[in-house]
Ligand binder design. Structure first.
Ligand SMILES: *Cc1c(COP(=O)(O)O)cnc(C)c1O
Length: 399
């Protein structure tokens, strides 16, 4: 009999009891706004910022309303103006080019390698087109950060990191988000901490941090932050910087603080699940796993593989076969955007030239979520189902 998986690919862990209790306490106090503090009180949001800064090693941290908001804030604080061109990954998700467009700036897409990291050759070729790179560590794949920083330093390109999928990850022991000028993280439900919506901006640069605090909507209450630069940093910035409200509130912060304390533990649980999937799919004809360099400490919150050179209809057969057995795969080769999945040529507000090498990678790229509600046995079963469907379709047709 055919095995079927009955788990839910979008079901995350429940919010921990400790976080629920902290949220209830905030609600009982009634002071949900981050600047609504009792005498001598430090808001949950400010404490979370301090703890998140310590977690990544960044000097400054600002908690905000979403990851996309954090990215736009980083770009704006870094001086991106309407009409400016901003280099970014062609392989990423919609809020990344969306953050660039939010400023009236223009994305310039850089291709992806088969290992799903930014194509350095393409970046070098396009380096003259923009002086900011919004580097998206899409699906948690981290490029050679030493090589990337060397290239960007040499070409005077400022790097802003989109760490939506690399919260808790590292390159050569350096936490993701600590190579560029600033980084943005997300605490949206499907990422590595869950507050429904939420995000973080981090940097070591005092001027940039002061701008980000003002942008986030701090009015003149910036001294209530404890992971922000000292008041001197705000002297001129406070007059120059628009308030573009996007604060985090104490309720979300209260939910996130206990989750941050257990993030490392969850990263280990993801690693165990990823490894079961990887082993289960190691020897399937026609299926290529994504190489993970030794320098990369990644968070296995999602899993990708490629069916290189397969005809679109045959890939579709695999997706349908898996779906019929309860395994939800997303396909980056589909012509039409669907669900959370879209591609650089779906974002028609950008005038993007065709990228044949990137298209060839995306044509065979399949992706799935790995929520922590899946057991190791679930992951083994999922791998068997994918293997069966890929073997069944293999040979039915190549492009
Ligand atoms: C989710 C996501 C974001 C944005 O996060 P939100 O909190 O949803 O705004 C940015 N980049 C990538 C790659 C993402 O997946």
């Amino acid at each position: 009999m055919q095995e079927i998986f009955t788990g839910n690919f979008t079901q995350q862990d429940p919010i921990p009891e400790e976080a629920i209790a902290a949220a209830v306490a905030v609600m009982q106090g009634g002071r949900l706004h981050r600047y609504n503090t009792a005498d001598g009180e430090i808001a949950e949001t400010a404490l979370l910022e301090q703890e998140f800064a310590a977690f990544t090693g960044a000097r400054y941290c600002i908690a905000v309303a979403s990851g996309g908001y954090a990215i736009a804030t980083a770009l704006r604080a870094a001086g991106v103006q309407p009409g400016d061109r901003v280099l970014t990954n062609a392989f990423t998700l919609a809020p990344v080019p969306g953050s660039i467009a939010a400023l009236g700036a223009v994305p310039v897409f850089v291709g992806t390698t088969p290992d799903l990291t930014i194509d350095m050759e393409d970046l070098a070729a396009k380096a003259g087109q923009g002086n900011i790179l919004l580097l998206s560590h899409m699906r948690g794949h981290i490029c050679d950060m030493e090589a990337l920083m060397a290239l960007c330093d040499a070409r005077r390109i400022t790097v802003i990191e989109d760490c939506a999928h690399t919260m808790g990850a590292a390159w050569n022991g350096t936490p993701s988000g600590r190579h560029g000028l600033a980084a943005a993280y997300s605490s949206q439900t499907y990422k590595h901490m869950n507050s429904g919506e939420g995000g973080f901006f981090t940097t070591d640069d005092a001027d940039l941090a002061a701008r980000a605090v003002m942008l986030s909507g701090s009015y003149m209450l910036y001294d209530r932050h404890i992971a922000a630069p000292p008041p001197e940093a705000f002297e001129t910035v406070k007059y120059e910087t628009p308030n573009i409200s996007g604060r985090m509130d104490n309720l979300r912060a209260a939910i996130l603080r206990p989750q941050l304390r257990t993030l490392a533990e969850r990263v280990d649980r993801w690693a165990a699940r990823y490894s079961v999937l990887e082993q289960g799919l190691a020897d399937v004809p026609g299926l290529t796993l994504i190489a993970r360099p030794a320098a990369e400490t990644f968070v296995g919150s999602s899993f990708q593989f490629r069916l290189d050179g397969w005809a679109a209809d045959t890939v579709r057969e695999v997706v349908a076969g898996c779906a019929a057995r309860g395994v939800e795969l997303k396909w980056f080769g589909a012509a039409e955007p669907a669900g959370f999945t879209s591609r650089y040529d779906s974002w028609r507000y950008v005038d993007a030239p065709a990228m044949p090498q990137t298209d060839a990678v995306l044509a065979g790229l399949l992706d799935m979520r790995v929520p922590l509600t899946f057991s190791l046995d679930d992951c083994a079963l999922i791998a068997r189902i994918i293997e069966g469907e890929v073997r069944r379709a293999y040979g039915n047709g190549f492009a």
